[in-house]
Design a protein around this ligand. Structure first.
Ligand code: DOR
Ligand code: ZN
Length: 346
């Protein structure tokens, strides 16, 4: 049997949620990844140092309870129009926040308190630049068709930030198009992009036929998907892994006004192995998942290992019980019911 051993990976973009949902989904990330950058768009977003502290305490408590001693949740702060310079400084000093997330208002799940006027946050970006806090961007322009929303954001608000803060480190989260790949390649190393596993697998037709494939920004064309696969297998350190695993309850996905978000955590590493293998680039997987992101964020590389075996595995149709066997609201994983070539050896 074929076995693949890689340095333990990092997920530089994940939604772990809170309460019951957090308890249920945490193991899928914490058993596989050594670190994950946890997104702050909760029901009550992490807009202050105090909220960051409260949430990550809860998260760390669950990690301890469930026995994930080697997993580290990396912290983020949520930017609003009212974020103060002090929020940035305190979040770094007291709570070790690594990145602040910019959601343009109304673009996705949990962005209602997001930013309307990027230019008013100038002093905040200056403080982040000074302190080496990364600006993580959901790069979509509000109220625009999703085919153009990213380009519009990048030539507008992003360009303003990029030019005015010449040492600020910036991540374009979940890059989805060939155009974005090309554009990103032309920027200096301080601008990088995460790419999800599902954008390497889906095109917009898959989104029309299954609400569990719907996320923001949505998957685009076949050519875009191929460009993303080429980017992640090219060995270019500007592209690193962020799953954007974003669970919602089944009932929130299977209704009109379905919530955006693909719950990919249970399948991402097997799926990436399958995709990288299909294009003859398995040797590049480790850099994408376990090196380039850490280097961009200035973190040491993980020392643990992750073992994958080439043994077919059927993705469950839904998760309906918690770890103690108690019934919970079902959550449907990405690729539910499909068979994948690789599986993780825990
Ligand atoms: O599809 C998405 N879901 N995109 C995001 O940016 C947020 C996420 C969520 O929190 O559900
Ligand atoms: Zn996200």
């Amino acid at each position: 049997m074929e076995t693949l051993v890689i340095r333990r990976p990092d997920d530089f973009h994940v939604h772990l949620r809170e309460g019951e949902m957090l308890r249920r989904v945490l193991p899928f990330t914490a058993q596989v990844f050594e670190r994950a950058l946890v997104m702050p768009n909760l029901t009550k977003p992490l807009i202050s140092t105090y909220k960051v502290k409260e949430y990550f305490r809860e998260l760390d408590r669950y990690c301890e309870k469930q026995g994930f001693k080697d997993f580290r949740a990396l912290r983020t702060l949520y930017l609003t129009d009212k974020t103060l310079v002090g929020n940035i400084a305190w979040s770094q000093v007291w709570e070790n926040v690594l990145a602040a997330k910019l959601y343009p208002k109304g673009t996705t799940t949990g962005s209602a308190q997001g930013v309307l006027d990027v230019e008013r946050l100038g002093p905040v970006f200056a403080e982040m630049e000074k302190r080496g806090i990364v600006l993580s961007i959901h790069a979509e322009m509000p109220e625009m068709h999703s085919d153009y929303a990213e380009d519009e954001f990048l030539i507008g608000p992003f360009w303003w930030i990029y030019q005015n803060f010449p040492r600020l480190k910036i991540v374009w989260e979940h890059v989805t198009t060939a155009y974005m790949v090309k554009l990103l390649e032309r920027y200096p190393a301080r601008v990088a992009g995460t790419i999800t596993a599902h954008h390497l697998w889906l095109t917009r037709d898959d989104v029309f036929s299954n609400p569990h494939n719907y996320c923001k920004p949505p998957a685009k064309s076949k050519e875009d998907m191929v460009a993303l696969i080429n980017a992640v297998t090219s060995g270019n350190p500007k592209f690193f892994f962020g799953s954007d695993s974003a669970p919602h309850w089944k009932w929130q996905k299977e209704r009109a006004k379905a919530k955006a978000g693909v719950f990919s955590a249970p399948v991402v590493m097997p799926l990436l192995a399958q995709i990288f293998e299909a294009v003859g680039a398995l040797h590049r997987l480790e850099d994408f998942t376990s090196r380039f992101g850490a280097e961009f964020y200035g973190l040491p590389l993980n020392t643990g290992k992750l073992v994958l075996e080439k043994r077919p595995w059927k993705v469950p149709l839904a998760y309906t019980r918690d770890l103690d066997g108690e019934a919970i609201e079902p959550i449907v994983p990405f690729l539910a019911g499909e068979t994948l070539d690789w599986q993780i050896v825990l």
